[in-house]
Write a protein that binds this ligand. Structure first.
Ligand code: FAD
Length: 414
């Protein structure tokens, strides 16, 4: 390979976006994208929402059209895991026994579902959830309805899967370690909002509770025994207890790690020539001066762009305000901000009962995060929330709560 060649490990949103950005920025050299998966790089958010519900098809998933890679002279090798990384020689070893040299390398290896040592987790009908194949399998199991489904895990994925499973007419029970679902992410009041939404749609909760054992018969799951001794009947169990960053390659190669691959704001790792982006990267954020590892779509998208520009020697930083969204039943939620900066409960504008509101979190008077639920898009709630965060100016909770004060008039005049 020539000295300018770039190798990207991981064919997810971060890896594919980096390849696309390299070309749009005019990089003329060789680009190789190596993906352990057999599918063209795809978006994961629809997998637990509209794709699982059958409201979106395969055409909604590609990061870029499949023909884009050949059209733009990008070598996409599917089903080829990278098994070894030698930073001193600047080479990677592939699962098919071959080796590749690189001038710059992007580690965009994402994350994998956390596994828990649970008796019975190998039974048929028990799964984790991350990939297109997981979504296709679950959709065909759920689509006819009438099944008993147990979700283990009360985070975003567990809640989205519970909503989809219930929408198909299955009986869904969700268990988790928290007092309220999503409590760790958005606190008890708003976690309670999502719990009520689910209960109104028939989802049952066992909280706090942990799964002690998955029971089975003839190799198939029959139920889940909770730590309280209750047996919940189940023909399907999904374990959705979070993810762990996929660092095995980086770790074996001695790339510095801390809760993922540690990078600076330009997504450079501590190893020369190696960059990291997406779920796997724990990047320094210029806004907080702290490292953040985000497991969200916008971070993979923006990180892929920034890593590509950094690899080209441009002055790029991942300095966008973190953003994510979820759709559950008739609720569309968007969130921007820095959860680690939150101190205290949120201020609510609008009405939880009517399912139209914005929650603002503050720290020393400054808005540090905001979540809009079913708020009219014409009001540009996320744009306003981001502007309030970026202003780093203390604002009054009364003005935040008062719907008669337009969002763009909350900031004091400079
Ligand atoms: P990944 O998408 O995990 O891609 C990494 C790729 O690298 C994988 O294909 C993996 O197989 C491959 N790989 C790993 N190791 C190797 C290796 N050694 N060699 C070759 N290839 C390798 N975010 C939101 O903001 N909103 C949402 O609503 C939302 N919903 C989600 C729903 C689901 C079901 C899931 C799973 C995630 C969701 N997310 C959501 C999170 C978002 O999808 C992720 O943050 C994003 O996919 C991360 O992209 P990535 O490229 O960093 O990693």
């Amino acid at each position: 390979m020539a000295v300018e060649d770039i190798v990207i490990v991981g064919g997810g949103l971060a890896g594919a976006t980096a390849a696309k950005t390299l070309r749009t920025e005019g990089f003329p050299g060789r680009i190789v994208v190596l993906s352990a998966e057999v599918h063209h790089p795809y978006l994961r958010p629809p997998l637990s929402k509209e794709y699982l519900l059958g409201k979106a098809g395969d055409d909604a998933l590609p990061v870029v059209p499949p023909e884009w890679y050949a059209d733009n002279d990008v070598e996409l090798r599917l089903g080829v895991p990278v098994t070894e990384l030698d930073p001193a020689a600047r080479t990677v070893g592939l699962g098919d026994g071959s080796r590749l040299d690189y001038a710059s390398l992007l580690l965009a290896t994402g994350a994998r579902p956390r596994s828990i040592p649970l008796p019975g987790s190998g039974l048929k009908g028990v799964s984790t959830f991350r990939t297109l194949d997981d979504s296709r399998r679950l959709r065909s199991s759920l689509a006819d309805g009438g099944r008993n489904v147990v979700m283990v895990g009360s985070g975003w994925i567990g809640m989205e899967l519970a909503a989809a499973a219930s929408s198909y007419g299955n009986t869904v029970t969700l268990l988790g370690l928290e007092e309220v679902p999503l409590g760790a992410a958005i606190g008890p009041e708003l976690g309670g909002f999502f719990r009520s939404l689910h209960e109104a749609n028939g989802v049952r909760f066992r909280l706090p509770a942990s799964a002690a054992e998955i029971t089975g018969n003839a190799g198939r799951v029959t139920g889940v025994r909770t730590d309280a001794g209750e047996i919940l009947a189940a023909e399907l169990v999904v374990i959705a207890v979070g993810v762990v960053p996929e660092v095995s390659l980086a770790e074996a190669a001695g790339v510095p790690l801390r809760n993922g691959i540690l990078t600076d704001a330009s997504l450079r790792t501590g190893t020369p020539g190696i960059f990291a982006a997406g779920d796997v990267a724990n990047a320094l954020h210029p806004f907080t001066g702290e490292h953040h590892r985000s497991e969200h779509w916008s971070n993979a998208l923006n990180g892929g762009k920034v890593a590509a520009k950094s690899m080209l020697g441009q002055d790029a930083m991942l300095d966008t305000i973190p953003y994510f969204y979820t759709d559950q039943f008739d609720v569309s939620m968007e969130y921007s901000g820095f959860p680690t900066l939150i101190s205290g409960p949120p201020t609510i504008r609008g009405s939880l009962d009517e399912k139209v509101f914005i929650a603002f979190w503050q720290r020393e008077g400054r808005v540090v995060a905001g979540m809009s639920v079913n708020w009219p898009r014409s009001g540009k709630p996320q744009k306003m929330i981001k502007a309030l965060i970026a202003a780093r100016t203390a604002v009054s909770p009364q003005a935040l709560a008062d719907s008669s004060v337009p969002l763009d008039q909350i900031l004091p005049e400079a």
